[in-house]
Design a binder for this molecule. Structure first.
Ligand code: GLA
Length: 347
């Protein structure tokens, strides 16, 4: 059902935002590090209209209409994200009296592809048009992250919302999460990115994610730096007790991999970039300890099937794998993987 059928009026504004994969720079954004995600050609589309004192939304995905007054606490449904962005706008002093939304999401959910950031950013961009709010795309991203962390209650970093708001399709989005400077960089020529989703869902992801954050904070505190981003000498982390040494080693080495990955992209060097992805996965598996045996196996098989590089994408504890391959090898790669993993979805 469309906006008009639900609300009896035409929408007054609309906007969309994409999901993302992360090519390099995992579990670094909450330590002011570097990240290198890329938007996916799957969007969440939001249509919006005015409302007073409440937020209402219909989701095509769950086929449900939900409504709650402004200032209601989160309840664990999709409306939380929309109440959250309205809350974040009002908290930042923008005169938003309420809104009604129609939401249609193409970004697969529960695969670690940031469907929630896509929803928040699309809703904020629709509200920006609807109420003529003087907001840059970067401010949209910051408000989206505030909605998710302070209202919805998921302590995420800034990567997902920034790439959903400012990324360019077909390019990698290099972001410094301390300064928020960013650059869209072309992917290596004649390569293609594939997302491999076994439909694992995410197991205990939130608890595990928050624990990694705390461990990283504790490591930074013991090393006497504002954030692990500031550790210039990687050997310093070895003096920390386990598992803080491993966690810090991951973050410090991952930041270096992003910087090397950016250099490789500037040279169009797909092979080096792929190797960095493989190293990133190994570090995520062994030092950050956020992988699962299924993901490790999928990465191995993707490499055997000809990928230049492969790694888990997003927070881990499930979710998808991202692979980089030579364009001409895609069909053979697809066939080989589907024969080994019959339930695999390749995006
Ligand atoms: C999730 C968070 C991001 C980032 C990744 C891990 O996607 O939302 O902010 O921390 O995990 O790289």
């Amino acid at each position: 059902m469309g906006f008009q059928e639900i609300f009896g009026a035409l929408p007054e504004a609309s906007a969309k935002a994409p999901g993302r994969v992360n090519l390099l720079g995992e579990h670094t954004d909450y330590q002011e590090g570097y990240v290198l995600p890329a938007p996916l050609p799957y969007f969440t589309r939001v249509e919006a209209g005015r409302a007073e004192g409440r937020v209402e939304a219909y989701s095509e995905n769950v086929r449900e209409l939900r409504a709650r007054p402004l200032e209601s606490p989160p309840q664990g449904d999709f409306l939380d994200y929309l109440l959250g962005v309205v809350w974040a706008l009002r908290e930042a002093g923008h005169p938003v009296p309420g809104a009604r939304f129609h939401v249609k999401g193409e970004v697969p959910m529960g695969a670690g592809l940031s469907s929630s950031a896509a929803l928040e950013v699309a809703a904020l961009k629709a509200l920006r048009l609807l109420y003529r709010l003087p907001l840059s795309d970067r401010e949209v991203a910051v408000l989206a992250q505030r909605a998710e962390s302070a209202y919805v209650g998921v302590r995420c970093g800034l990567m997902d919302q920034m790439v959903a708001s400012l990324g360019e399709l077909g390019k990698a989005f290099f972001l410094d999460t301390r300064t928020l400077t960013h650059e869209n960089l072309p992917l290596p020529p004649k390569t293609r990115v594939a997302v491999l989703d076994l439909g694992l869902g995410r197991r205990l992801a939130e608890a595990g994610y928050n624990q990694r954050r705390q461990e990283a904070e504790e490591a930074a505190r013991r090393l006497g730096v504002r954030a692990l981003r500031d550790v210039a000498d990687p050997s310093l982390v070895e003096g920390l007790p386990a598992p803080l040494n491993k966690r810090a080693r991951h973050v410090v080495s991952e930041n270096l991999r992003v910087l090397r990955g950016v250099e490789a992209l500037r040279r169009g060097d797909a092979r080096t970039f792929g190797e960095l992805m493989v190293q990133s996965h190994r570090s995520l598996s062994q030092d950050c300890e956020v992988s699962l045996p299924e993901l490790d196996r999928l990465v191995e098989e993707a490499l055997k099937a000809g990928a230049l590089g492969a790694k888990l994408t997003g927070a881990g504890f499930g979710g998808a794998v991202v692979a980089l391959l030579e364009e001409g090898r895609y069909e053979a790669f697809r066939k080989a993987l589907l024969s080994r993993f019959p339930g695999l979805r390749i995006l």
